[in-house]
Design a protein around this ligand. Structure first.
Ligand SMILES: NC(=O)c1ccc[n+]([C@@H]2O[C@H](COP(=O)([O-])OP(=O)(O)OC[C@H]3O[C@@H](n4cnc5c(N)ncnc54)[C@H](OP(=O)(O)O)[C@@H]3O)[C@@H](O)[C@H]2O)c1
Length: 299
């Protein structure tokens, strides 16, 4: 039985990039809360019956859905699973949150857009995903919005952390193995650290518990300022003091991928600043910080 007054937070996907950061940060922010960190083994998002049962039993005040089907190319051949995890599971979470007046914090993606816009995308811009992953994530957003209740959908992009699978770690690894790397220079966006995403999720959870007004809706939650993959790779190597690797700029399509990617993934952060008072850090600051953490770990 759960105690009536104890704060309860349930996190899905706790072994992912954002999940690991939440596991690190939540207990410090909420030392007396009951925090249930779940991963694929303990709470499978594709098993909707188990999902309902586990969540109803724990009865969380806040659900943070950090679990997702994130294998973008694989999703093209595995549409059904991608949709169950990215759109049906969020629907279940939204229904339970609404019925218990809990807060649902959910993450979505820049891939809901087709990238054809010339400027930064705003939350209300027309969506048109180019791949199955983006379509399944968009359906997840739509399911949550149509159910209503208290929810914050944080659309993010180019997520990285000192752990997990991400572009930063791949570049640092390949730089040890090769002296030349070809990197796409015509896709624009903003690298966003999992650690900052966990930090703002913590902050929003604190506000929820302190009954601070939180307007439900979709928010773009990315680091400020823009770059492309080539310049990003260049900056990673600069931060790591690696100067013996040549980077070759290439165009999208030179190395074809199964799933199409948008060329413009730039998301405006005006709304999260004006409505939630959150000023995202410039992407370079976070990249510098995380590269130095990785370097310290490998010393
Ligand atoms: N990564 C990005 O660049 C990026 C960009 C935009 C938006 N996002 C969104 O941001 C959120 C967090 O992404 P992330 O980078 O932290 O992703 P991640 O590192 O891939 O983590 C996702 C987690 O979900 C888990 N998961 C997959 N299938 C599951 C299932 N059936 N049941 C339970 N858990 C399952 C994975 O477990 P396994 O490790 O066992 O597979 C993994 O631990 C996601 O909603 C993602 O769509 C990410």
């Amino acid at each position: 039985m759960n105690s009536k007054d104890q704060k309860r937070i349930l996190v899905t996907g706790s072994k992912g990039q954002v999940g690991v950061e939440l596991a690190r940060q939540l207990p410090t922010t909420f030392p007396s809360a009951e925090i249930l960190m779940t991963d694929r083994t303990s709470l499978d998002l594709s098993n909707l019956t188990q999902l309902k049962e586990t969540i109803s039993q724990f009865s969380p005040h806040i659900i943070i859905n950090a679990g997702a089907y994130t294998a973008v190319d694989k999703a093209e051949d595995d549409q059904e699973t991608a949709y169950i995890i990215n759109s049906e599971a969020p629907k279940v979470l939204a229904k339970i949150s609404k019925s218990t007046d809990a807060l649902l914090i959910h993450y979505s993606t820049d891939y809901v857009f087709d990238g054809m816009k010339k400027e930064f995308y705003k939350e209300e811009d027309i969506t048109n995903p180019l791949n199955i992953y983006g379509k399944s994530k968009l359906k997840g957003e739509q399911n949550i919005v149509s159910i209503g209740g208290r929810f914050l959908i944080l659309r993010t992009s180019w997520v990285y952390a000192e752990h997990g699978h991400n572009f930063m770690r791949t570049i640092l690894r390949l730089a040890q193995e090769r002296n030349e790397l070809s990197i796409v220079n015509d896709q624009w966006g903003s690298p966003t650290s999992a650690s900052w995403l966990a930090e703002i999720s913590n902050l929003l959870s604190q506000r929820f518990f302190s009954k601070h007004p939180l307007e439900s809706g979709i928010y773009h939650a990315v680091c400020r300022e823009e770059t492309n993959w080539f310049d990003y790779a260049h900056f990673i190597l600069e931060c790591a003091n690696i100067d013996n690797v040549s980077l070759i700029p290439t165009a999208t399509g030179v190395t074809p991928t199964k799933a199409k990617r948008p060329t413009n993934s730039r998301l405006s952060t005006d709304k999260i600043q004006s409505k939630l008072g959150i000023l995202p850090p410039p992407w370079k600051n976070e990249v510098q910080r995380i590269v130095s953490l990785i370097l310290k770990e490998t010393e």
